[in-house]
Design a protein around this ligand. Structure first.
Ligand code: CU
Length: 141
C-alpha cells in the first residue's frame, strides 16, 4: 500500500519537480538599449513556463512566428504574464507597441530548431531587423 501511494505521489509531483519557471523582464531601458526584453533568447524544456515581468509599463508579449500547432498568444499591456511551453521549436515574439523598436525576442523549447527557416524569414521592421539578425546568429552558433 505504501509503495502504491509513493508511486502515485511521484507521478503527480513529477511535473512540478522537473518543470522550471524562467523570468524575463519587460523594460524601458537596459544599459544603452531602450524598449527591450531582459533576455533575447531563453532556452527551456517542454513543460517549462516563462513569466514576463512588467518591470516598466507599456509592454506586452505577442507571438509572431511559432511552431506549427501553437495557438496565437497576446497579453495585455503593462501586466505580468506567463506561458507554459509544450510544443518544441523556436517561438519569436514581440512587444506590440514596440515591435519596430527592437523589442523582439525568442524562446527555444527543447533545443528544437526545426522551424528556423520560418523564424529567419519573418518580416520585422526598423530596429527589430538588427535584433532578429543577432538572434539568428546566436541560434546558428
Ligand atoms: Cu514594449
Amino acid at each position: 500500500m505504501y509503495k502504491i501511494l509513493l508511486f502515485i505521489a511521484l507521478t503527480f509531483s513529477s511535473n512540478t519537480v522537473f518543470s522550471a519557471t524562467f523570468e524575463v523582464e519587460m523594460l524601458n531601458r537596459l544599459g544603452k538599449e531602450s524598449m527591450v526584453y531582459s533576455q533575447n533568447i531563453v532556452n527551456v524544456k517542454a513543460g517549462d513556463t516563462v513569466k514576463w515581468i512588467s518591470a516598466s509599463k507599456g509592454h506586452n508579449v505577442q507571438f509572431l512566428t511559432v511552431p506549427e500547432g501553437v495557438d496565437p498568444f497576446r497579453s495585455k499591456l503593462s501586466v505580468d504574464t506567463e506561458y507554459t511551453f509544450t510544443i518544441p521549436g523556436i517561438y519569436l515574439y514581440q512587444c506590440t507597441p514596440h515591435k519596430s523598436m527592437g523589442m523582439i525576442a525568442v524562446v527555444v523549447v527543447d533545443a528544437n530548431k526545426d522551424n528556423f527557416d520560418a523564424i529567419s524569414s519573418t518580416r520585422v521592421g526598423g530596429k527589430s531587423k538588427k535584433r532578429l539578425a543577432q538572434i539568428l546568429d546566436t541560434l546558428n552558433s
